[in-house]
Design a protein. Structure first.
Length: 135
């Protein structure tokens, strides 16, 4: 039973894709609904305000993952930046490679409708960021 549970959890972890690309062009209302439905491990952070940029911010309970979803003046997603703890680096890079093919130099891209989306990874000492923006 325990082995079956462990196997199920491992498979579940590898089946959770990096889904930030789904947000590009979506309205704030639809993003909030999607986050509530598909990312129950992330909590909205409504305490952060910025007069220069419009964005939604979500974080995990352990603070190993923070999502910032940037909105344009029509309240539509124009980019996503996800910050992860470096303990998740190998797992997330493997996810990106599986989803978009081998990313040379921490860069991938994909097509979403008529848009080409660039995905970049930047690693710092304690964390790394995965950014999705229109090219």
């Amino acid at each position: 039973r325990m082995k079956r549970l462990q196997l199920s959890l491992i498979l579940l972890i590898f089946m959770i894709p990096v889904k930030a690309q789904e947000f590009y062009g979506m309205t704030e209302k639809n993003i909030r609904a999607l986050m509530e439905r598909d990312y129950q491990g992330l909590t909205p952070d409504n305490m952060v305000r910025n007069n220069l940029f419009r964005y939604l911010r979500y974080h995990s309970a352990d603070d190993d993952e923070t999502w910032i979803i940037f909105l344009d003046d029509r309240n539509r997603c124009k980019g996503v930046r996800i910050t992860y703890s470096n303990t998740l680096y190998d797992t997330k890079i493997s996810e990106l490679n599986r989803k978009y093919g081998y990313g040379e130099g921490g860069k991938w891209s994909y097509r979403l409708e008529r848009n080409r989306i660039a995905v970049t990874v930047h690693r710092d000492e304690w964390f790394f960021t995965v950014t999705h923006v229109r090219m």
